[in-house]
Design a protein around this ligand. Structure first.
Ligand code: BG6
Length: 463
């Protein structure tokens, strides 16, 4: 069967500043929390590879954009590094950074690739973290100003803006589960960080609306559908709580302009609500978006808790559910994530039925695999597993669109093997293989497949 996608469908991939640029201590850039954390605790990072060099996009942007063109991308998302553009977070704009981002944007446009830009992809400037990071209202204000600077500098050519990439991840990593700096474990502080992130998002959206720019603004959320083990009421409640905490805590404010009442009641019951100020509700209501980016990697399977909670343990989302390992599930063993292509369809259906069918696109989907060298054939990585992964997800996406979902595109994570936070270069995600020693780039088989799919606006596959 031919899986044909709508006209002008966005085919492309996503990346982020910190994971690709490198030059983390040059070009006028200041340190992020990642540079700081790596200097303090390099053993936290796979093979002690830190963020200094990553995939050298800062030097090789022209060559990399030529590769995007070769992969038939019509669109590409990356992020601006706040610490490169405004090194102290609030003051002078760094002219070298402006020149760099202008070159990237202009070259993308010259190659017929629409730039999508994210303002914050996990890379908090250290100067801002030292002022409290997202726990501080001052940082929220500083972010609003940073956003405005970006719109003024680049908004004449960039028409698709995203305030945050996966805003819940720094909350989980930095304030609950110890996989991002500052390694705090404290739900109430996590809730404050999440709340202030929503305020910062809304401040940026408000600045965009006020400036009358000619594009659109949205946010990128990692949505993890919550599947209950069974239809038993206790399992259904567990799934409802997981959905409230991990999906709706950001989805509802950005699409509906307000928090789910059940979530507010839950946090109030456990005395975990962040401090709110008069005017916050109006600001959040003004943060409604034009376009939702959906990052989908894995589902979340839950069941009701088997045991009572230890009342002395830190309050955690897991007070409301246990993780459920579904028998027969398909796993990506390298990342430890379940592969479940129907999840993409379930997300689109939920958005269509319960959220008024917003304009959206798949902004990340992908498969990180360790030691891909073993799949090399005649000098090329034959990553058929990645082609299968993508086509299986695209089939469910196609079904969602056929049933009326307003999904406008599909971006892969990612175009070139890049640095994966604490996992360093352990798992490779790219359409393009990166040889770390020589920085040589070579297109994998999946890159060729994707280029053909984008050129044909679809692909032939089994039903
Ligand atoms: C998303 C992020 O969570 O998934 C990326 O937006 C990230 O920054 C990607 O790299 C893959 O996850 P990981 O942890 O394997 O790099």
């Amino acid at each position: 069967m031919k899986y044909q996608f709508p006209e002008n469908f966005w085919w492309g991939s996503a990346s982020s500043a910190l994971q690709t640029e490198g030059a983390s201590d040059s070009g006028g850039k200041s340190a992020t929390t990642w540079d700081h954390w790596f200097a303090q605790q390099p053993w936290r990072f796979h093979q002690q590879v830190g963020p200094q060099h990553t995939s050298t996009f800062y030097q090789h942007w022209q060559q990399d954009i030529a590769l995007l063109k070769q992969l038939n991308h019509n669109s590409f998302r990356t992020s601006i590094s706040w610490s490169r553009l405004i090194p102290d977070g609030t003051g002078e704009v760094n002219a070298e950074a402006v020149a760099f981002y202008n070159c990237v944007i202009d070259e993308l446009l010259a190659q017929g690739i629409t730039p999508f830009l994210t303002l914050f992809h996990f890379d908090m400037p250290l100067a801002m973290q030292e002022k409290g990071g997202w726990e501080s209202r001052d940082v929220v204000t500083a972010f609003g100003r940073y956003a405005q600077v970006c719109f003024d500098l680049f908004g004449d050519r960039v028409l698709h803006w995203f305030t945050f990439n996966e805003p819940i991840v720094p909350v989980e990593g930095g304030y609950l589960y110890d996989f991002h700096y500052p390694n705090v474990v404290d739900f109430r502080r996590a809730a404050t960080v999440a709340y202030h992130t929503v305020l910062a998002h809304a401040a940026a959206v408000s600045a965009y609306r006020a400036g009358d720019y000619r594009g659109e603004i949205g946010v990128i959320l990692n949505l993890t559908p919550s599947y209950p083990r069974s239809q038993h009421p206790a399992d259904l409640t567990a799934a409802h709580h997981a959905d409230l905490l991990f999906n709706r805590s950001f989805l509802d404010p950005v699409l509906l302009g307000e928090y789910p009442p059940d979530l507010v009641a839950l946090l109030k019951q456990y005395d975990q609500l962040p401090a709110c100020l008069p005017g916050d509700s109006a600001l959040i209501a003004a943060g409604k978006i034009d376009l939702l980016g959906i990052n989908y990697y894995q589902p979340r399977r839950v069941k009701c808790r088997e045991n009572a909670v230890n009342p002395a343990a830190p309050f955690m989302p897991e007070w409301f559910f246990d993780h459920y390992e579904m028998p027969g599930r398909t796993m990506n063993p390298y990342r430890g994530w379940e592969i479940y292509p129907p999840g993409i369809y379930d997300i689109l259906t939920n958005l269509r039925v319960n959220y008024g069918n917003p304009r959206c696109f798949i902004s990340e989907n992908g498969m990180g695999v360790e030691n891909e060298q073993r799949f090399a054939q005649d000098g090329q990585i034959n990553d058929q597993y990645r082609i299968d992964f993508i086509s299986d997800h695209l089939k469910w996406l196609h079904k969602g669109i056929a049933e009326g979902s307003h999904c406008l595109g599909y971006h892969m994570w990612t175009f070139i093997d890049n640095w994966s936070w604490c996992n360093g270069y352990k798992n490779r995600y790219g359409f393009v293989q990166l040889d770390l020693a020589s920085q040589t780039r070579s297109v994998k088989k999946s890159g060729e497949w994707f280029a053909a799919t984008a050129a044909n606006n679809g692909f032939d596959g089994e039903q």
